[in-house]
Ligand binder design. Sequence first.
Ligand code: FPP
Length: 251
Amino acid sequence: MLDKLFFRKKSHEQKWDLDDNIPSHVAIIMDGNGRWARKRALPRIAGHHEGMKTVRKIVKEANRIGIKVLTLYAFSTENWKRPREEVDFLMKLPGEFLNTFLPDLIKENVQVRIMGKKELLPIHTVKAVDQAISQTENNTGLILNFALNYGSRDEITAAVKAIGTDIKNGTLDPSQINESTIENHLMTQGLSDPDLLIRTSGEVRLSNFMLWQLAYSEFWFTEVYWPDFSEDHLREAVSQFAQRGRRFGGV
Ligand code: FPP
């Protein structure tokens, strides 16, 4: 069902031949790792580890489909409230992911970025992501944007502060402030807004994720836990997106 309507796949290795309307930017709230693990009587970190493998699969498929930007909510500003061992494990995952998959990502022309407050991350996490960012900065394929220690309210607060500083310094007059002024101070500066937001695990909320940027995005929810999220699920979401009529407030 998934492939019929909007994709004709020429061969396994080739990009999807698109008939219509592929989302340029897809953002994903990867939820349900803990419940996936609990269902199997495993520790929560086993769910996160399995979730990391799903990230690899989905990046590859997103690239194949022709998605330009994939933003993944990997750690929120609120996730520090979790038990210490879980936080430590989550902080090691970007390093493990990049140690394992960076050569493949480079071959696939993927550009790695992060958004979030880097200063609170452990040094080993920062090193791993900085290395990946610098090794992929000239790549022109899919942008893989990890939201790491990211919170949208925190992002907007920082933007307001920076704009306030510009006003105080006399470089900006309040009458000049428009939507672009705000966008240019967000962590997504230079990226288009997500066309499609996916959240897994049956939860139907934004959890402080990209509140400004998701204003006109299409939402797609699934009961599937993130470790079980597959290429087929991504194609289903993209296929349903392609059938939606987006009006951006118009008719
Ligand atoms: C939410 O599930 C998931 C997270 C807070 C972490 C997401 C991280 C990954 C999927 C791995 C990241 C990989 C890389 C490469 C950085 P939950 O733990 O809240 O699940 P639950 O609601 O079932 O408890």
